[in-house]
Design a protein around this ligand. Structure first.
Ligand SMILES: [Fe+2]
Length: 172
């Protein structure tokens, strides 16, 4: 079956909208649970606010194309959903697994925005391409923060766990 480039772009934007809507819930939940990791908590809270704006910008892109976001549970969400259920397991190293999952999610989002930018450019949709570049920059900054904090979070967790202070607070 053949699809127009425009239809493919619209589907990609709907998927990205569904992903960010879900990521907004996930980051809100994470931020609440990270009380023992204040630096990580602040950054996750900041990214939660960015994620809400990213979702709204995608909504604007869809309106710009005469479309509206789909509220359907999408296959894209299965990946995130699966990662999340993994971290609802009450492992006390939840903060580590949650950090790995968040890093994976940011890289998924980065790949998705790079693809959307290529689609938007192919369709000559400059507004959409610019919005996706803006979202991409925020995802790259968050991925960079997580990547450069894995060792630090690990050392903090080790210190807390070995002194018996690690609780069930985790990222996801
Ligand atoms: Fe993100």
């Amino acid at each position: 079956m053949a699809y127009s480039q425009h239809e493919i772009l619209v589907t990609g934007l709907k998927n990205a909208y569904a992903l960010e809507a879900h990521a907004a819930d996930v980051t809100e939940n994470q931020a609440r649970r990270l009380v023992e990791y204040p630096e990580l908590q602040r950054r996750v809270q900041q990214h939660h606010e960015e994620t809400v704006r990213q979702r709204d910008r995608l909504d604007e892109c869809l309106s710009h194309l005469g479309e509206s976001p789909s509220t359907l549970k999408d296959t894209v969400l299965r990946l995130v959903g699966n990662m999340q259920t993994l971290f609802h397991a009450t492992a006390d190293d939840e903060v580590l697994k949650g950090t790995f999952a968040s890093a994976a999610l940011e890289h998924y989002e980065i790949a998705s925005y790079k693809s959307l930018i290529a689609m938007a450019e192919a369709c000559n949709e400059r507004f959409v391409a610019e919005v996706c570049r803006q979202n991409l920059r925020e995802e790259e900054a968050m991925a960079q923060f997580l990547d450069s904090n894995i060792e630090h979070v690990t050392r903090t967790y080790l210190a807390k766990a070995s002194s018996g202070r690690e609780s069930q607070s985790g990222v996801m």
